[in-house]
Structures are given as C-alpha cells and as structure tokens.
Design a protein around this ligand. Structure first.
Ligand SMILES: [Zn+2]
Length: 454
C-alpha cells in the first residue's frame, strides 16, 4: 500500500518533476542549503510552509546549476503501447455494482475466457477486487477473441494477461519509484512525536528515527526541551507525483547537549544498516528503553520516598509509567533466568545477557505466552506486559540493569562497543556516505544556530 499522507496535496505544484533528475545532484546546491538555513530561523509554522516549497524547488535549481539545458532534452513521455492494427484496444471503466463477469459479458467476451483467466492463479485474484472508477484495458483480435488484458492493481503494479498459442498467461509489471532526498529539522518543544510531525515527518519516519538512535537515547525518558534533530530521508516519486516515503538516509540528533549522528550504508548484498560517520554500527547490545517511547507517561529514577513502604530507600532502577498491558521488550539478546513472583517486585522477568549483564523487569501484569525459564530471547522481543503487581501503587515497569551483579543506572551506563564496519567495506562506506554526511552537517549547523538564537 502506498503511504498517502497529509502532504500529498503539495505534490501537484511541482513544476520540475517531469525531468528525470538524480537525487544526489541537489545535494551540491548552495542555494537550497542557504534557504534551509534561513528557514530554520523562522517560527515553526512558516518554516514548515517554506520547507515544503523548498523541497519542491530544489530540483529546479538543480536543473539550472548542474545540467546545461541544451544537452539534457526534456524526456519524451513514454509512448503508449500501440496494438497492431488488426487488434482492437478498449479501456473499460468499472461501474458501481459491476462484476468481472458482467464486464466480460458487456464487452462481448466469453465466460470461458474469464474462467481460463481466473484459473491462472494468485496474480489474477486481484481481478476479484476491482472497484468502481478503476479501468481494465482489453485487447481483442478480428474475431473478437480476447488476446490481452491489463489492470493497474495499484500505483506501481500492473497485472498483464496475454494470450498466445498455448493459452493465457499472467505476469505483474512493477515500476520502481524514483527516490529523492528531502530533509526536515526541528527543535523539540514538547515531544519528539509532536515536533517530528510539525517538521513534516510521517509517523513511520519518526519511529524509524527513534529506532536508529534507540541504542543511544532513551526516547521514553531522556528527551528534553531544546533537543534538536535533522533528518535526510527519501521521498518516492512516480511520473513526477509524490507517492510515498522511503527510508532515512542520514540523521543527526542532539540530546541534552550530546550529538549523535547516523548514516545509512548499503552493502553489495543490498543490506542497509545505520552507522556512525566513523563506521561503527548504531546497533548495540542493549536498547536504552524497554518500552515504546510513545506509551510512557512519566518516570522516576533517583532515591525517593517509597510510596508503599512509606520510607526512603534507594531506587535501583528506572520506573516507566505506562498503561497496564503495554508491551515490554527485552533490552538485549539473552536467556530468561527468572520468570515468576519475587516479593515486592511482583511478577518479574530477569534476563541474562552473556556472562556480565542481567536486566530485570518487575510489576508485570502478565508474561508473554510461549516463553519459560531458560528461553532465549532476541533484543526487542516482547517478554511481558506492564502492570502493578507486587509493591506498586500504579501500573509501571520497574527496570534494572546490572553489570557483574552491581546495579547501574540504565540511562547512563556505557554499553559494550558495537561492531565496526568490515574492513572490506571501508572504502565503499566513505564513498557512499561522505556526500550525505556533508549535507547533513550543513543542515544541522542551521538548526543548531536557530536553537542558540532562541
Ligand atoms: Zn521502581
């Protein structure tokens, strides 16, 4: 499915989109960058409006600056596939209440032909879902025998049915959208989620952003007013129309004064991962937060008055307040070494990670079914659900992180270092990521300037 979003209304005003332009070209442009920097100094609403326009005009500038018009003729529209003169082509629009059988009948094709087509298997099943307003392209020969049928199942997929001497066959034609790189920056004023949306990011892109930095930043607890980010991400275009979004290409996130940077690298097997500019994987052995940041309502970390025992005692973990039933994720790969009731902790899971590390999850309402003591879990696997069992006044997750048996603050403990990029990829890594990182840095400087001038 195509990701239609609230920005789709902007796509129509794109003037330059008929030209096939490489997405990398616009990164060379000073004009766009300058404009971007100016935008960051504007209040959010105006900035958003200009940002949208900015995205639209970048390809135009690109055309003027990087390609002399005389050697880049405007690409001709792909010519319509013309049927040989003896064939008749017809486009039929599906009407309200239409069935395929009714259309075949109306167009003079036989039930046998329809039957044979529907026998072709999974691909032709799409024909059962035709909707009013969609169109079917028929081709018939002199004897009115059906020789071809095509049906656009969505914006990028077309089902093509053809008849030859052996009968009908079906195939699917897939058009891959052109990718262009767009950017967004924001200074966080309330939540990552709200600020991301205001900057024009889709929910998916916001989650992707949180996922990329989820090993370094606890998005549930650690986000502060004034944190800021810049994201370069892909937009998908087909025939000049924006049809959806791709992935994040690079991003920078400043959390409480500390800046993290990530860039995507795709190896020759087509596998993409995010790395630091130095080529260290963003992935680490532990997630900062075992709960989805969008579900958290509050947190406590330091020593506090124990709400149930009524006296002060050190608090050796982090509490994430969230609704009962909120899924809890394993912070890292490991083996469940405790799964049961543990005094004031209530319903509890403890996971052993390698020889040095354990994580503890307490006050659960329920365990994840299908796991038991001794089960191996992967990072991010759900292990149970938030509750208020044991000594708890309300539903929350109590999370502890221990290194060699000693409690550490899960928010600040240094995680073991991640795998660097393989030596064989080093050169390719630099070639692929340097231009993107240069672009990211220019844009990030703009948002940092804007932040400091607040
Ligand atoms: Zn606690």
């Amino acid at each position: 499915m195509i990701n239609h979003d609230f920005k789709s209304g902007q796509t129509k005003k794109t003037a330059a989109t008929k030209n096939k332009l490489s997405t990398t070209h616009w990164m060379l442009l000073g004009g766009g960058i300058l404009l971007a920097a100016v935008i960051m100094l504007l209040p959010t609403k105006e900035a958003e409006a200009i940002r949208a326009v900015n995205n639209d005009i970048l390809p135009l500038q690109n055309l003027q600056l990087s390609i002399p018009p005389q050697i880049e003729p405007i690409a001709a529209e792909p010519s319509e596939q013309k049927a040989p003169p003896t064939f008749q082509a017809r486009s039929v629009t599906v009407k309200r209440g239409d069935t395929l059988a009714a259309i075949f009948n109306r167009e003079g094709f036989s039930p046998r032909e329809l039957y044979d087509i529907m026998q072709l298997g999974a691909l032709t099943a799409a024909l059962k879902d035709i909707r009013p307003g969609e169109s079917l392209e028929f081709r018939a020969d002199d004897t009115k025998q059906l020789v071809g049928l095509s049906y656009k199942t969505d914006i990028t997929h077309t089902l093509i049915i053809e008849r030859d001497s052996t009968g009908f066959s079906a195939r699917e034609e897939i058009r891959s959208p052109e990718l262009r790189v767009a950017h967004a920056s924001a200074i966080i004023s309330n939540s990552l989620y709200r600020s991301g949306q205001q900057a024009g990011l889709t929910d998916n892109l916001i989650m992707e952003l949180a996922g990329i930095f989820g090993w370094d930043i606890d998005f549930a607890l650690d986000i502060r007013q004034g944190d800021h980010f810049t994201v370069l991400y892909e937009e998908q275009y087909l025939d000049g129309e924006k049809i959806g979004y791709g992935d994040i290409v690079a991003a920078q996130f400043t959390n409480r004064g500390k800046t993290f940077e990530a860039v995507r690298f795709t190896n020759e097997k087509g596998v993409s991962q995010y790395f630091t500019p130095e080529g260290r994987s963003m992935r680490k052995a532990f997630l900062r937060s075992p709960v989805d940041f969008r579900r958290i309502s509050s947190r406590f970390t330091r020593e506090r008055h124990h709400p149930v025992l009524g006296k002060k005692r050190p608090h050796r973990g982090v509490d994430y307040a969230a609704a009962t039933g909120t899924p809890i994720k394993a912070a890292g790969d490991g083996k469940i070494i405790f799964r049961g009731t543990k005094g004031g902790y209530g319903t509890t899971v403890v996971i052993q990670h390698g020889t040095q590390y354990t994580t503890l999850y307490a006050h659960l309402s329920n365990f994840k079914r299908g796991q038991r003591n001794g089960s191996y879990v992967k990072q991010g696997d759900i292990i149970g659900f938030v509750g208020s069992s044991g000594l708890a006044t309300g539903p929350h997750l109590h999370y502890e992180f221990r290194v060699n048996g000693t409690h550490r603050n899960p928010l600040t403990v240094k995680f073991p270092d991640a795998q660097p990029i393989k030596a064989a990829y080093k050169k390719e890594f630099s070639a692929q990521t340097q231009p993107i990182l240069a672009q990211l840095n220019v844009l990030s400087r703009g948002i940092a300037l804007a932040k400091n001038s607040l």
